[in-house]
Ligand binder design. Structure first.
Ligand code: NAP
Length: 297
């Protein structure tokens, strides 16, 4: 899966949040790579170095440029479009020609194409490489990584991404990774609302919800969300990572792209508004299965 320590490569990781912290850790520990980290809030970079840096740990970099200067591949996992513009832009100012920058944030295809063009003009390669699998997937190193950009740059980066990705796939030119992630979010949004309605109905009908899930989860209604979230929805537990605020960012990106390409997304648009209601109820940091809270208040 990962490179051995003899294939140790010099890489940088910018953004040690919920996702970036464990992903960068897998590059160092599983992959044996030399990882220079940067985080805007320095304490997180120091915590990362204490946990994953080892005896010969490099000092965390003070800026994205400092982290990126000597890296063969620079990874980032930050927030939205403007964050990627800022962090990737600064890193690219310092990178050596022929090196690669791979962005694991979920952002628009527009900003990914913009960054890829900026990289091209500087003799660099930019890959859009959003991930699916959440906090648990990052911590366990089993993410799904969907990548857009230059095929040779992808081939050079794939073994590194395999340190935290169970599936790492080249989807096409710049933006294709982000477009694939949009499809993922469209499929999840409608499915979660259906699951919430089913669970709320089971409760109103006086059924034993857990038993219902055990039975129908073996049939055609089965899904990852049913296997992992239906019972916690019934129990009113909504603390499983990917937050409503992040989902609204992603659905905003999806609906913006649909305006460009003419796709019709009536259910996704409606579920986006349902998430806005969850936010108005104070559920910004609840996980995405909290659509259930609208139906049971
Ligand atoms: P997070 O925990 O909020 O961490 C965000 C990281 O980005 C932090 O290290 C933050 O630095 C840094 N950052 C944000 N804006 C920055 C800026 N303008 N300049 C410098 N650093 C900046 O977020 P996360 O959950 O790891 O998510 C990161 C990305 O992955 C997002 O695009 C998200 O949509 C995507 N994603 C998340 C999940 C999930 O389950 N959480 C799953 C798939 C995809 P500070 O520490 O200084 O704030």
């Amino acid at each position: 899966m990962a490179d051995t320590a003899t294939d140790s490569r010099s890489v940088a990781f910018l953004g040690l949040g919920t996702m970036g912290f464990p992903m960068a850790g897998h590059l160092a520990v599983r992959g044996g790579h030399r990882v220079t980290v940067f985080n805007r809030t320095a304490a997180k970079a120091e915590a990362w170095t204490a946990r994953f840096g080892g005896a010969s740990a490099a000092t965390p970099a003070a800026t994205p440029a400092e982290a990126a200067r000597d890296a063969e591949v620079v990874f980032l996992c930050v927030g939205g479009d403007d964050d990627v513009r800022a962090v990737a832009g600064e890193a690219m100012d310092a990178m050596k020609p022929g090196t690669i920058i791979a962005d694991h944030s979920t952002v628009s295809a527009t900003v990914s194409r913009e960054m890829a063009e900026l990289a091209r003009k500087r003799g660099l390669f930019f890959l859009d490489a959003p991930v699916s699998g959440g906090q648990a997937g990052a911590e366990n190193g089993v993410l799904t990584v969907m990548v857009g950009g230059d095929a040779d740059a992808f081939a050079r980066t794939q073994p590194l991404m395999a340190c935290y990705g169970r599936s790492v796939t080249h989807m096409g030119p710049a933006g294709a990774g982000q477009l694939t992630k949009m499809v993922n979010q469209i499929c999840i949004a409608g499915l979660l609302q259906g699951l919430a309605e089913g669970m709320a109905f089971a409760q109103k009908a006086g059924l034993d919800g857990h038993k219902v899930v055990d039975v129908i989860g073996k049939g055609a209604a089965q899904s990852w969300q049913m296997d992992n979230r239906a019972k916690t929805m019934l129990d009113g537990k909504f603390d499983f990572g990917f937050a409503v605020d992040w989902m609204r960012k992603d659905l905003g990106i999806v609906l913006g792209e649909a305006r460009n390409n003419g796709a019709t997304l009536p259910v996704t648009a409606l579920v986006d508004q349902f998430y806005a209601e969850v936010q108005a109820m104070g559920g910004n940091r609840l996980d995405t299965s909290s659509l259930m809270t609208r139906l049971t208040r």
